[in-house]
Design a protein around this ligand. Structure first.
Ligand SMILES: [Fe+2]
Length: 199
C-alpha cells in the first residue's frame, strides 16, 4: 500500500498563525485514537517537539505550539485509516484552516512513505523523533526501573541489535539524523530526558 501523498503543498498560506489549542487537539485524538499506547506515542513526540523548540530553537510560545501540535497529531489517522495514513489527518487540518507549517510538518514525518521532503528544522526533527521516541520507549519498558537510569549507550546497543523493536526502521533513523546538525547520541539523550514523565 503506497502512502505517497502525491503533492508537496499543504494548507493555505493565508492560514499562517491559525492553530488549535492543545485541548482541541486532545479532543480530536480521543475521538480518532482509541488505542492508548498510540495516544501515548503522540504525546511523547509532542513533548519532545515542544521541548526542542523552546530549548534548542529559542521558539516563542506560538512557534512552540506549532511544534507540539504537529507532534500530537502526526499519527492521528493511523488507527482508523491505516491505508490512508497521513492523508486523512492532513485533509482534516486543511478543512480546519490550520497553519500550513503544521500540516507540512505532519506530511513530511516519513519522507520514504509519504513522498514529502522535510524542509525546515521542525520537519526534520519530527522525522528524527518519530522512530527514535518509540524506540527509546521500548528500551525503557523492558527495564525494571524503566526510564530511571536508562543510558544512551544501552539504547545505542539495542539499535545495533536488529531483533529488538524490529519494526523500527534503522535506515529511517540514520537518514533522519544525517539531515540535522545534532548527533544520534544527543537526540537520544534529549528524548530520554523529555519523555520520561509523559503519561
Ligand atoms: Fe509516529
Amino acid at each position: 500500500m503506497s502512502h505517497n501523498l502525491g503533492r508537496n503543498s499543504f494548507g493555505d498560506p493565508a492560514n499562517a498563525g491559525n492553530l488549535m489549542t492543545i485541548e482541541e487537539a486532545n479532543t480530536l485524538l480521543n475521538e480518532w485514537v482509541p488505542n492508548e499506547k498510540l495516544r501515548l506515542h503522540m504525546k511523547q513526540v509532542a513533548a519532545v517537539m515542544k521541548a526542542w523548540a523552546i530549548e534548542k530553537e529559542n521558539a516563542d510560545e506560538q512557534t512552540a505550539l506549532k511544534w507540539e501540535l504537529a507532534g500530537l497529531l502526526h499519527d492521528a489517522d493511523w488507527e482508523k485509516y491505516p491505508d490512508d495514513h497521513c492523508r486523512i489527518i492532513i485533509e482534516e487540518l486543511e478543512k480546519r484552516n490550520i497553519d500550513p507549517d503544521v500540516i507540512h510538518c505532519i506530511a513530511s514525518h516519513g519522507p520514504g512513505y509519504f513522498g514529502v521532503e522535510p524542509n525546515n528544522i521542525m520537519d526534520k526533527m519530527i522525522y528524527a523523533f518519530d522512530e527514535l521516541s518509540g524506540f527509546v520507549h521500548a528500551a525503557a519498558l523492558i527495564r525494571p526501573t524503566r526510564y530511571e537510569g536508562l543510558e544512551v549507550k544501552s539504547v545505542l546497543k539495542r539499535l545495533k541489535s536488529p531483533a529488538f523493536a524490529a519494526q523500527v526502521s534503522r535506515e529511517d533513523i540514520n537518514d533522519a539524523i544525517s539531515r540535522i546538525n545534532t548527533s544520534l547520541e544527543e537526540v537520544i539523550q534529549f528524548i530520554i530526558d523529555h519523555q520520561k514523565n509523559v503519561n
